[in-house]
Design a protein around this ligand. Structure first.
Ligand code: FAD
Length: 457
């Protein structure tokens, strides 16, 4: 079976999700081609991948600079149409752009089915069967799948030889120049600014106060977050999914709701309606379907927006970037202007998250957390030891949770982790190191050994 893997090199390293995609491909086949669109300076990182036995193609041309996800997908799809493949594997998303759009966009451009957020090694027969974050799914070959961080990229043997990286410029790739680079990109970043400080003011408490506090905070009545009404409104907005209706209604008095239908059906409807603005709920379904529709309509899409503004005509979309370190204000120059928007999601009232520091008392603390009705979660530190499943991982390369109370047990508080629980109302951290970073990102803290809290539940 021929497998193509799309890989992005970020600051000299392979994007972690793409590393997982490559490892999956290498386990499934001996015929793996890596395709990467990046500047020539990334060649060394790509050369290392040839030692794993993969053929590597670097797509590099000055006209590709500044490409957004739609332009990138166009370039990658042009290159992929020059090679034979049965299966294309992409990482779920890049950790710098965080859009998760290229996989679904590519599938639409190549006219093949897509399965996103694959959580286990796929099973291949005449079909591809996958366990995804949304359940069991299958598609016939050829198809494209995007994988979560489900496999660690192996180290090449010291005896393995370095191969060659083929460099393809646009005379080989044959992408439409009008659809490449900055000028071919419908979305444009207007400004980038530092994100507000996500630090919390930690109040240290005694360990005996821990359980009553968790119970008290989890029973607090949820206040409804008021979305600010726009002063100037847009004439009409199409909202896909009822979750996004409150946001749409603040921006327009004329909102048309669209149900969660097939991407092609939605694209045809929006085209017939000459829709100018379309908002989607940024849930897993929306983040898979909206990019497919954006490719079908050849329009820009801004992913995972946390705020929207308008001057009555243009939609200004705000979203976190670079793992939440900065915010970007983005506009779309084509119609319809589309955005997936973070909407209120249902989360358990209490999430208890275990880190490497909880590994020795894991079984005891788990049973006790269950008695609180809590959902279980984990840091990558613990997941990497094999003591928690990847489904539980919270953070940049895991999932995001927004419970009323997030309890972090034995977690150091790396930025990669804290970004995953920013939506939590209260955070309580337990750690035996009083200087642990997690306390700067918690509302309450207990300085003690995890073993000491076992008897408290
Ligand atoms: C590209 C990239 C993406 C990443 N994505 C994620 C992600 O999605 N999610 C994620 O979590 N991480 C992610 N990481 C890893 C992250 O940087 C940290 O390495 C990881 O979160 C550390 O896990 P930890 O806090 O459980 O372990 P450690 O850093 O080992 O911390 C353990 C903590 O437990 C405390 N402790 C030890 N023993 C005890 C005890 N007996 N009682 C109480 N406290 C104790 C220690 O003081 C320490 O603070 C990513 C890293 C990279 C490079």
């Amino acid at each position: 079976m021929k497998i193509a893997v799309c890989v992005k090199i970020i600051k000299g390293d392979i994007n972690p999700f793409d590393a997982s995609a490559l490892e999956c491909a290498l386990r499934l086949s001996d015929d793996v081609t890596v395709i990467s669109m990046c500047p020539p300076s990334s060649k060394d990182a790509l050369l290392a991948l040839t030692r794993l036995g993969a053929k590597v193609i670097l797509l590099s041309d000055a006209i590709y600079a500044g490409s957004d996800t739609l332009a990138t997908s166009h370039i990658l799809s042009s290159a992929l149409s020059k090679i034979d493949y049965d299966l294309i594997i992409c990482g779920r998303q890049t950790v710098d752009g965080d859009t998760a759009q290229v996989g679904p966009c590519l599938s639409a451009m190549l006219g093949i089915p897509v399965i996103t957020n694959v959580m286990e090694m796929p099973v291949i027969s005449d079909k591809v069967k996958c366990k995804t974050r949304m359940g069991e799914e299958e598609a016939s070959l050829p198809c494209l799948i995007t994988v979560e961080r489900i496999a660690e990229l192996r180290f090449p043997s010291i005896r393995s030889k370095v191969g060659e990286v083929s460099i393809w410029d646009n005379s080989v790739v044959g992408a439409d120049k009008e659809k490449c680079g900055l000028s071919g990109s419908p979305t444009r970043v207007l400004k980038v600014f530092e994100s507000e400080d996500k630090m919390r003011r930690c109040r240290f408490i005694e360990k005996e106060e821990l359980i009553p506090l968790i119970k008290k905070l989890s029973e607090e009545k949820a206040e409804k977050e008021e979305i600010k009404e726009a002063e100037i409104k847009m004439p009409k907005i199409y909202a896909v999914g009822k979750e996004v209706l409150p946001v749409a209604k603040k921006l327009s008095d004329n909102v048309v709701e669209i149900g969660k239908k097939d991407a092609k059906e939605i694209a045809e409807y929006l085209k017939a309606e000459n829709a100018e603005v379309v908002l989607w709920n940024a849930d897993l379904w929306g983040r898979r379907t909206a990019p497919i529709v954006s490719a079908m309509l050849r329009t820009g899409l801004c992913a995972d927006c946390t705020n929207l503004e308008t001057d009555g005509e243009k939609l200004y979309m705000y979203r976190p970037a670079m793992s939440g370190d900065v915010y970007a204000k983005i506009e779309c120059r084509t119609l319809p202007q589309m955005a997936t928007v973070r909407c209120e999601t249902k989360s358990a009232d209490i999430v208890v998250s275990f880190g490497k520091g909880a590994k020795n008392s894991l079984d005891e603390v788990k049973i006790l957390a269950e008695s609180l009705g809590a959902e279980m979660a984990a840091s990558r530190g613990l997941v990497d030891t094999g003591k928690a499943p990847y489904e539980h991982q919270v953070g940049l390369t895991g999932k995001k949770v927004s419970p009323k109370v997030y309890v972090a047990l034995g977690i150091s508080g790396a930025a990669h982790h804290t970004v995953g629980y920013e939506g939590a109302k209260y955070v309580i951290a337990v750690n035996n190191d009083k200087d642990a970073r997690i306390f700067d990102y918690a509302d309450f803290g207990v300085v003690c050994d995890i073993e000491e809290i076992v008897g408290l539940f």
